[in-house]
Write a protein that binds this ligand. Structure first.
Ligand code: DGT
Ligand code: CA
Ligand code: CA
Ligand code: ZN
Length: 577
């Protein structure tokens, strides 16, 4: 049980109590408790476990005892009982935009709505509009909300799923009856969003392993459990499949369930041409004249088909099979190639950690340098720096650097691109920085031509080292703004402006589908976490996987260069970079 899970239980208790129409003060106590648990500096789980969670504002005695029970046993009797009063699908209703506990209560009590499906049906039949306090308008709003939910139904951000995937892998590896373990599907291919998780194990004891899988601590409920397959819903809401195969089938199953479907279809037809039938169980000769091949792992399958090994990130049928046949696949960048990173925030603007804290974390990560780029003055919502504060920050950085044994801090800024493509700081000020990330943060509704011209003008500025989050998209939340990627890439190539791969999980922007084109035009990529806290520097891990998905090699990524090389790069005029 970790902090987030503990807070999650309190939040759900608040929701269910509200549904039951209980005392609003009690409800608020749980909700507030959840916030306190999330925000506490101390290790709240440890304190609760040791019964030392005392005298904390917002956590009364009743709550303290419940947290203690949760931390010690991983369960809470009170919550389990409360949950039994409702069908588990009821929580889905709270995800619909515009539906609060009061409305859900009415829908539940008067129409028996207990799931999204029932809610949608009730809306379509016009029954929701007839409820007191609802009406036609509310009904169509609810339908819109459901539609928006369905569009992103049950997809999760790649960058937020790593922890649960790693912990499930680790537990499966420890199982005595399991010889091989892998995660397949879109997670293995590093898609920016993941639908469900697909685990694969090699075992002789399929039924037992499936059964044990359903009892992992991450599991919320069991959907199905058989001899070779189990399906569960995890506590974080994700669906998750486990397939148990024989050791000899493992390579084929891994290849098949990694996908993508399009890649598999193309690979299967290539196999057919060579006289094999390929499926999730094996590679079988079509005629008995051909001998059955020996396959130990996934690499052997590609080799038998006359292909270079294709890294999972590339398996989207976007030219990788052709390139592998011609032995032209790129050698992809790896996390250990990164030497530093740019675009990071501190408490000077809207970051949660100090300059020192950010630097400490970067050093712990084994990096040689860190670029600091807080917001500029027009981003007042993010406490953007004015000229005076920016100059003071440069001085602070130069001073801090003296005590760092050669670790470099590059002083930069994430400078706003204004409406007409001019920048938030004058050239005199920008010239005093080591580097500059230029980003759009407002007026996002421009038409494509205007927005593209605006961004291109910014890139023409000699001081703009790189372009930040090209489209401003927030995955599953905010559409990208209209911008002509091809033109931006051409302009970046012409002006020698680097484009950032912003690897904040909800951004992953520029999109991976454009990087090969950029690379082929000689545009450099900078893999940037856009970290607003120390912990967020770790976004680099999934960022590298997205860069790989974009066919990028070490030499295409600026921040694989050493601190000295970066210094030399930044000191040259852009035209010579
Ligand atoms: P997701 O879960 O929506 O993010 O995407 P995937 O790629 O993980 O898809 P999923 O979980 O439905 O299936 C896992 C893999 O299994 C998929 O990438 C390819 C393979 N697969 C599933 N259904 C089919 C199919 O009908 N034909 C072929 N060739 N492969 C399939
Ligand atoms: Ca999947
Ligand atoms: Ca699946
Ligand atoms: Zn930004």
């Amino acid at each position: 049980m970790n902090r987030e899970e503990m807070a999650g239980v309190l939040d759900k208790i608040a929701l269910l109590m509200e549904l039951k129409g209980e005392n609003p003060f009690k409800v608020r106590a749980y909700r507030q408790g959840a916030e306190v648990v999330l925000a506490m500096e101390e290790d709240v789980v440890e304190l609760a476990k040791n019964d030392t969670l005392n005298g904390i504002k917002g956590i009364g005695e009743a709550l303290r005892d419940k947290l203690g029970e949760l931390a010690k046993t991983g369960k809470l009797e009170f919550y389990e009982k409360l949950k039994e009063e409702f069908p588990p699908t009821i929580f889905d209703l709270f995800e619909v935009q515009g539906l609060g506990p009061k409305k859900i209560k009415a829908l539940y009590e008067e129409l028996g709505v207990v799931s999204l499906e029932k809610l949608k049906a009730a809306c379509l039949e016009g029954r929701v509009a007839t409820l007191a306090g609802f009406g036609e308008k509310t009904q169509s709003k609810i339908l819109e909300g459901i539609a928006a939910n369905e569009k992103f139904a049950d997809r999760f951000l790649l960058g937020k799923t790593g922890i649960v995937v790693e912990s499930i892998l680790e537990m499966l590896r420890m199982h005595p009856e399991i010889s091989r373990v892998a995660v397949a599907g879109s997670y293995r291919r590093a898609k920016e969003t993941v639908g469900d998780l697909d685990f694969l194990v090699a075992t002789k004891e399929g039924a037992l392993v499936c059964e044990d899988f359903t009892t992992l601590p991450e599991v919320e409920s069991v959907i199905a459990c058989g001899e070779t397959k189990a399906s569960v819903r995890l506590k974080n809401g994700m669906h998750c499949d486990l397939r148990a195969v024989k050791n000899a089938e493992f390579p084929f199953a891994l290849q098949y369930f990694t996908g993508s479907k399009e890649h598999n279809v193309a690979l299967r037809s290539l196999a057919l041409k060579k006289g094999w039938s390929l499926n999730e169980y094996g590679l079988n000769p079509i005629s008995d004249k051909i001998e059955r091949p020996s396959v130990e792992d996934e690499k052997d399958i590609y080799q038998l088909l006359g292909l270079q090994y294709i890294e999972p990130e590339l398996r989207e049928n976007r030219g990788e099979i052709e390139a592998a046949a011609e032995k032209q696949l790129p050698r992809l960048v790896e996390l250990m190639n990164l030497r530093g990173t740019f675009h990071n925030h501190t408490t000077a603007s809207d970051g949660k950690d100090s300059l020192e804290g950010m630097v400490e974390e970067a050093m712990d990560l084994g990096l040689q340098y860190l670029g600091i780029s807080d917001h500029s003055k027009s981003s007042f919502w993010a406490n953007g720096l004015n000229e005076e504060r920016l100059l003071a920050q440069i001085a602070e950085i130069r001073n801090l650097e003296k005590s760092l044994n050669g670790f470099r801090i590059f002083s930069g800024n994430e400078v706003d691109i204004l409406k007409d493509g001019s920048l938030d700081f004058s050239d005199d000020i920008l010239a005093q920085l080591d580097f500059c990330v230029a980003s759009v943060h407002n007026l996002m509704n421009m038409d494509e031509a205007t927005m593209t011209a605006r961004i291109c003008r910014a890139m023409e500025n000699e001081h703009v080292t790189m372009l930040g989050h090209l489209t401003g998209r927030l995955l599953m939340k905010r559409e990208p703004y209209a911008v002509d990627h091809a033109k931006i890439i051409d302009c970046a190539a012409a002006t020698r402006t680097v484009i950032e791969l912003n690897c904040s999980p909800m951004r992953m922007d520029m999109d991976w589908r454009w990087w090969k084109r950029a690379r082929d035009k000689g545009v450099l990529c900078s893999i940037n976490p856009d970290a607003h806290s120390r912990a967020q520097l770790h976004y680099l891990g999934q960022g590298v996987r997205i860069a790989r998905k974009g066919w990028l090699r070490k030499e295409d990524v600026l921040n694989t260069r050493s601190a000295q090389e970066i210094e030399a790069f930044l000191s040259k005029p852009k035209a010579e970079r």
